[in-house]
Ligand binder design. Structure first.
Ligand code: FES
Length: 262
């Protein structure tokens, strides 16, 4: 199997564990020769489900035999996933889209570190990217993680990465961990060769503006709603200077300097 080859099938749940009140981690047995790329996602739902469409979920980790996802309980589809037990099967389509590392060749090797900037569960695809050996070609990488409120479990997972960030900066909206405020307030983009970011559209817009002002390369993973996931329904449009793109097949990672924000 090629890394980017799309698969559709059933995958066995090896573990489904609550991380906190809102977030859970699902590990599924990976039955293919090569793992998904960091930044790619799957459309996922339980094999027996009341929802029509799988939910788009990014890969958070690959441990050699299973692929891990961090999922927030937001609606019927994700609540069903939260209740899926060990040994049950998930219906999954993927891996879909491009990956963070596809953009590394365009990052200047100017002696500066690179930065990951996440909002909330946007830390998940960046944690997987942190496992990418190619990022070690930069002097170091710094992880900026913003949360609404203290999330010791997610912060602990970032701290425990197999190749930990050289510097971890945490902010919370309510000041219960790290600096009080938005993670974008802590970012000095000029310190970095490139910034890779995943979070809300408003946060990505701010990150792109900060990087644009500093002249720093910036790559963002958009979190559009998706239906088909294969470029057919045009339901996941991302506006860019090159016209409308599809988040599911042209993204989800885009050069922020090419994206047009609302
Ligand atoms: S989800 Fe259908 S085109 Fe992207």
């Amino acid at each position: 199997m090629n890394m980017s080859t799309r698969q559709s099938g059933y995958y066995t749940v090896l573990e489904n564990k609550s991380i906190d009140d809102a977030v859970f981690r699902v590990a599924v047995a990976w039955k293919h020769a090569t793992p998904p790329k960091a930044g790619q996602f799957f459309l996922i739902k339980p094999r027996r489900s009341s929802v029509l469409l799988g939910r788009p979920i990014s890969v958070a980790h690959y441990d050699g035999r299973s692929v891990h996802f961090l999922i927030m309980k937001l609606g019927a589809g994700t609540r069903e996933l939260a209740e899926t037990g060990e040994g049950e099967e998930l219906s999954m389509i993927g891996p879909l889209g491009n990956g963070w590392a596809d953009f590394l060749p365009g990052v200047p090797q100017n002696g500066k570190p690179i930065a990951f900037v996440s909002g909330g569960l946007g830390c998940a695809p960046l944690m997987y990217f942190a496992e990418e050996p190619a990022i070690r070609s930069f002097p170091s990488f710094h992880f900026y993680a913003g949360f609404p409120t203290a999330s010791p479990q997610l912060t602990g997972m970032i701290t425990a990465l197999p190749m930990p960030a050289h510097k971890l900066i945490v902010t919370t909206d309510d000041g219960t961990d790290g600096e009080k405020g938005f993670i974008t307030d802590a970012l000095n983009a000029g310190d970095y060769a490139a910034v890779f970011s995943c979070g809300t559209p408003a946060m990505l817009k701010t990150v792109a503006a900060i990087c644009g002002k500093a002249g720093t390369a910036c790559f963002i993973s958009t979190e559009n709603r998706m239906a088909c996931g294969v470029g057919a329904c045009l339901g996941c449009t991302v506006r860019t200077v090159y016209g409308n793109k599809r988040c599911c097949t042209d993204g989800p990672v885009f050069n922020a300097m090419e994206a047009l924000f609302a």
